[in-house]
Every structure is written in structure tokens, then in C-alpha cells.
Design a protein around this ligand. Sequence first.
Ligand code: NDP
Ligand code: 2IT
Length: 446
Amino acid sequence: MHKIVKSFLDEVGKRNQNEPEFMQAVTEVAETVIPYIYQNEIYYGQNILLRMVEPERVVSFRVAWIDDQEEIRVNRGYRIEMNSAIGPYKGGLRFHPNVNLSVLKFLAFEQIFKNSLTTLPMGGGKGGSDFNPKGKTDTEVMRFCQSFMTELFRHIGPNRDIPAGDIGVGSREIGYLFGQYKRLKNEFTGVLTGKGVSWGGSLIRPEATGYGVVYFVEKMLEQKNLNFKDKKVSISGSGNVAQYAAEKVTSLGGKVITMSDSSGFILDKDGIDAEKLNFLMKIKNIDRERISKYAEKFPSATYFQNRTPWRVGCDIALPCATQNELQLVDAKSLIKNGCICVGEGANMPTTSDAISLLIEKKILFAPGKASNAGGVAVSGLEMAQNSLRYNWSREEVDSKLKEIMNEIHNSCVKYGSEKNYINYVKGANIAGFVKVADAMIAQGVV
Ligand code: NDP
Ligand code: 2IT
């Protein structure tokens, strides 16, 4: 089996040179799904995985815009339309200077499996730009978004491809993007998710990814008759996902001791309670400031520059910042300090060797495509509400989100159960694969 997997990866690697993040995501799926294909005749001989790793379409385009000094700037925009077997392309847009084809292809590939796991009819896609919103004024961000959408609008649509937010794309950016789409098409449609509630957005969408991660981890802990009460929780990141994961952990009785940004992390030994989190949300979302301000305000906190939080002892770790932020040395340190569970809020935050170690040591480990699927799931619910021309209440959306996270957990258990251990990586990959593969077989060679 090892040889078969290797020869598949060699073939894909040759066609996708210099795309390390994409190959990392493909490798993780291939190692768990290829053995399954060999045990299940209906998938064998169909080259399904080889078809799945090839995007249905990749769009790359110039984004020219004028900054406040009236200088002409040029960025690169992308949309990866990866797989539409079970629904229209669906996935976020990332604005970050390290965005390139490899990063977006890994994200689009993971999105196929994640969206399949949500139980909702959504295909996989992702897009974005190497534009850096940091330090830009609102008018610069608006001009960039308008220029970006002026090309993107011809490739997307409510039944074709529905983008949303990701790193660097929040409610401000979605607003500017939606405004420009509506103007160009002269149509008010649910072409983006993460919209404001007064113009077609869903309640709970801002909270959904962070809440979903915590609901998923709650289910994992339940398997061991454990819960969040009095657990020390280390979170990385301080953006959308991290903030609402922290809020939910605290509301369930856990103590959030760390959060971070790309400059460093803060350790608050007394815990980041609801009031302190409010302050953090203000500095990150409104002032667009650095997390070090938190330690300046609260004496119980210490700031560690250019460091990640994983050397601090905790019971549960929730990496919610970016890819490959939790490495082998970090996993070793977490295990040594007694960590029992790692739940990914970000996409692929844990390196492959770190995942192998966590699984070998039988630490509860949730891969992002399962545990962070709550965001895109509520995006799916936003699309459903847009089609119904109706809005559900907070309680209705939250209870549907919980139900979906529960279903995803059940799917992981179904396909990932091993002797005395649930391998959530294997479970999520196979469960996500089966639904898409069945649809691809039914639809013929396209
Ligand atoms: P935000 O832009 O709101 O926040 C990102 C956070 O991660 C910030 O604290 C940022 O720090 C930090 N960060 C970004 N890049 C790096 C880096 N290279 N090194 C260290 N820290 C970094 O994004 P989100 O919270 O939306 O996204 C976080 C993760 O969750 C991403 O992996 C995303 O793909 C994933 N995700 C998001 C979903 C969503 O609905 N938003 C859904 C599912 C997954 P700084 O402020 O310094 O930039
Ligand atoms: O990675 C992700 O799942 C997201 N950024 C959310 C995608 C979406 O369409 O809501």
C-alpha cells in the first residue's frame, strides 16, 4: 500500500511542482483514502482521487488599484474552483501577503472534504489575493475590493460559486465586495456569505467557526467522559475564529490562558474572561491594533514577542491562526505538559509530523476539515435563508450548527474508529470522500 500511495503522490507532485502546502494537504488525504479505495470495489479503478486533485478551473487575474498617495498598485487575484460534484463551489477569500497558488489550492482541496462533511450541498472552492490589508485605510481597502470584484464577478454567482471570508477578509471586506457585485450585476442575490444581518446575512455566522470548533471538541471530550469545565485552554490567533472559540470555551467553564497574533502571544494566568475578551475584540476588530496592547492593559498577562503559545502547559490546544503554526517540537511540548486534546480551528495548522506524533500518542486530535466546518456550514444556512427569502433566529441557527457538528463527529467515528482510539483524520477524510466520490461516479467522467 505504501508503494501505491507513493507512486500516486509522485505523479501528483510532478504536475504540481513548488506547491508544498497543496502537496501536504493531498498527502494527508491520500494516505488515508487510498487504502479505503482499495478495500471498496466501487471506487477502485475510477481514478477519483486523481480527478479530485485537479481543480475544475483556476482563475488568476490582475488587480490594479490606486492607494491614498495616488500611487498605482498591482496585486494578484485568484479563484480556485476545485470541485462541484455535490453543489456550487463554496469557500472563502483570503487577503494576505503570503497567498499564492499552493496555499489557495491546499485550502480549496480541503474545502471539498469539509463541505461534504457539513451534510449540506456545497462543492469546494477558495480564492483571494496577496493584498495585505494591514495598515491600509478603509478607502484603500474599498478600492482594492472594488477592483478585485470587477474581475471576479464574471466567475461567481449564487448557483455557481459563492465566496465568503477567511484571513484578512471580514465583514468590512465582504460589504465592499457585495456592494460592487450588486452594482455590476444589478441584482441583489446571495452571491457572498458572511453578509451583514440587515442585508441578507445570517445570525451566528460571525460566531460559527469558533463555536463549531468548541462544539466539536466537546463531543470528543464526551467520548472520554470529560468536558471543558476547569480545563486550561491555549488558543492561538486573535481573529474571527479565535475570538469566538475563546468566548464559547469560557461560557462552558473552561479557562482560556493564551491568544496570539502574527507578532507574538499573551499569557493570562487568570484567564481571558468575557470582559477581557471584549477589550481584545475592540483592539483587534475596531482599532486594528496588536495583541501586545492586551498585556499593557491587564497586569495578569505577559506578552511574548515572536513566540507561539505551545510551550505553555494546557489541557486543550486550539490552533486558530494559520497553516503549519503547530510543529513537531510544539506537539512534543504539549504532550509533555499534559495536553489531552488538539482541535484545529485554522486550516492545516498542524504539520504532518506533529499530527503523526499526536495520533501515535493517542491524543485526541481533530483535523480542521472536521472541527472548523461550522463556519462554512452556517454559510450554507445563510444561502438557504437567502433562497427562502427568510431569516432564522439566533437559537434556530445555533441549534442547526450544533446538530451539524454532531453529525460530523458521528461521521468521523463511523469511518475513523480503531481499537481504543478514534482516528479523526482518517474518519474525516474517508467520510468527506465517500459522498463526493459517489456523486462523481454517478455524473460520469467529466
Ligand atoms: P482573521 O484574519 O480574522 O485572523 C487571523 C489570525 O491569525 C490573526 O490573529 C492573525 O494575526 C493570525 N495570523 C494570520 N497569519 C498568521 C501567520 N502567518 N502567523 C501567525 N499568525 C497569523 O482570520 P480567521 O480567524 O477568519 O481565520 C483563522 C484561521 O481559521 C485560518 O486558517 C482560516 O483559514 C481558518 N478558518 C476560518 C473560517 C472563517 O469562517 N473565518 C472558517 C474555517 C477556517 P494578525 O492579526 O497579526 O494578522
Ligand atoms: O475555511 C473555511 O471554511 C472558510 N473560510 C469559510 C468558508 C465559507 O464559505 O464560509
